[in-house]
Design a protein around this ligand. Structure first.
Ligand SMILES: Cc1ncc(COP(=O)(O)O)c(C=O)c1O
Length: 437
């Protein structure tokens, strides 16, 4: 019997018939196999992947050593629940994480399965450590889709009719200098934003009721907006002054994307707690909460955890991914690729006045499209058009930003320079074509 040829469009129709509508479609691409930075779709077409499964495959699709580690672990045991039977891959992964992401003389870790779960647990730990309830977060933030993490998430479109949301969550504007700088110097802007934060302690919540401030140093879904160094320094000293936990959400920015294991290592500012997922496990569901030992230990036994926390196969994948990052020096490569992408984007910007800003940290690079050269007039239509045209030419891209007017690059960092160049050329041609219309 010959097997029917599976077409992308057929697969998509079948998806529509049985998959709930609320499961978002960012791109209509399909996959039969994937390797490195290349996806082969079900029609046999080769696609260049600049989305990396939303920042999950920094170490590439199906790296050989990770695949082998998964297979080897799966053959030994797949699940015991770490609460019930202790296994070494969990402990070893925690040991590795404390070494590459030290938060203090003594750092401790808990593992879970998804980014949102890591955020939920970071909040629970901060609350238990401080015995306070309030959490301060930012506009443009994305922290997940579970109830607390969705409450912390800013964009209204992600939250339609999902409330009531968690109580005791407060929000301030993210220090987005491009959008809100309004001609001030960066220093002046940061001073004003820190003043706004101190004012919030008078008109929003008393610092003595605030358990934590949670921030993405480079906002992922928010459009790769980078928090200014001086602002983050200000956050650190305010948190120290009032005994507030500073939480960095590194779920999208972690594991070589910004040229370091975590974005905070570019700032030389250490959080009390931080969260990781995505590229840590090369696609296997694994996430971590990392923090100063005495803070992590403040959570009472049984208050954090779950059946699947740190699944052994996922731990094996993460350990192999960390080894690969070390062996191939992907942190340095992230910084190097970031310089190539930035240079290219800045040269495109000179030819296209619709590009309001080129920004990012390391290889977490983005382009923002606006109208009339005005940071407050987003151009999502142009952005969507360019992404579609690129897809027609075999390049998978993702948008970002509250207004969907940002193109972000999350390609695997193992991408060859030749393939990166090919993808950037498609993007450049489509931007210039679309901008000149
Ligand atoms: C910064 C950040 N935090 C949290 C999350 C939620 O992670 P997950 O989708 O694994 O629950 C994401 C996902 O995009 C993210 O980018």
């Amino acid at each position: 019997m010959t097997e029917a040829v599976l077409k992308s469009s057929d697969l998509f129709e079948r998806r529509k018939a049985v998959v709930a509508n609320g499961v978002g479609v960012f791109n209509t691409a399909t996959v039969s196999t994937a390797n490195g930075a290349t996806i082969i779709d079900v029609d046999g077409k080769e696609l260049i992947d600049f989305a990396g499964g939303i920042g999950v495959v920094n170490a590439g699709h199906c790296p050989e050593t990770v695949v082998e580690a998964i297979q080897e672990q799966a053959a030994k045991y797949i699940h015991t629940s770490f609460n019930v039977v202790t296994y070494e891959p969990y402990v070893k992964l925690c040991e590795e994480l404390t070494e590459i992401l030290p938060h203090a003389d003594k750092t401790k870790v808990m593992l879970v399965s998804t980014g949102a779960e890591a955020v939920e647990n970071a909040i629970k730990i901060a609350r238990q450590a401080t015995k306070r309830k309030g959490i301060l977060c930012f506009t443009g933030a994305f922290h997940g889709r579970t109830m607390m993490s969705m409450t912390l998430t800013s964009k209204v479109d992600y939250k339609k009719n999902c409330g009531p949301f968690a109580p005791e969550v407060y929000r301030l504007p993210f220090p987005n200098y491009y959008r809100y700088g309004e001609g001030r110097s960066l220093d002046k802007f940061v001073d004003l934003e820190l003043k706004r934060l101190r004012e919030a302690f008078k008109n929003m919540i008393s610092p003595s009721n605030l358990a934590a401030i949670i921030i993405e140093l480079v906002q992922g879904e928010g459009g790769f907006t980078v928090a200014p160094q001086k602002y983050v320094e200000g956050l650190r000293s305010i948190c120290d002054e009032y005994g507030i936990m500073l939480i960095f959400d590194e779920i999208q920015s972690g594991f070589s994307r910004t040229g370091k294991w975590a974005a905070w290592q570019n700032y030389n500012i250490t959080p009390d707690i931080s969260t990781y997922a995505k590229s840590m496990g090369s696609g296997m569901p694994i996430a971590a909460v990392v923090g100063k030992a005495e803070i992590m230990d403040a959570a009472a036994p049984g208050t954090i955890g779950g059946t699947y926390i740190g699944n052994p196969v996922s731990c094996a994948a993460a350990l192999a991914t960390i080894q690969l990052i070390k062996d191939q020096n992907l942190n340095e490569r992230g910084a190097y690729l970031g310089r190539i992408i930035r240079q290219r984007f800045e040269s495109i910007q000179k030819q296209c006045p619709q590009i309001g800003e080129v920004r990012g940290l390391g290889a977490m690079m983005a382009i923002e499209f606006v109208k009339n050269n005005d940071p407050r007039q987003p151009n999502p239509e142009l952005c969507a058009h360019i992404i579609k045209q690129c897809y027609n030419r075999g390049l998978i891209l993702l948008s970002a930003g509250t207004f969907k007017n940002v193109i972000r690059i999350l390609s695997p960092l193992v991408i060859s320079e030749e393939l990166l160049e090919k993808g950037l050329t498609i993007l450049e041609e489509e931007i210039i074509n679309s901008c000149s219309k």
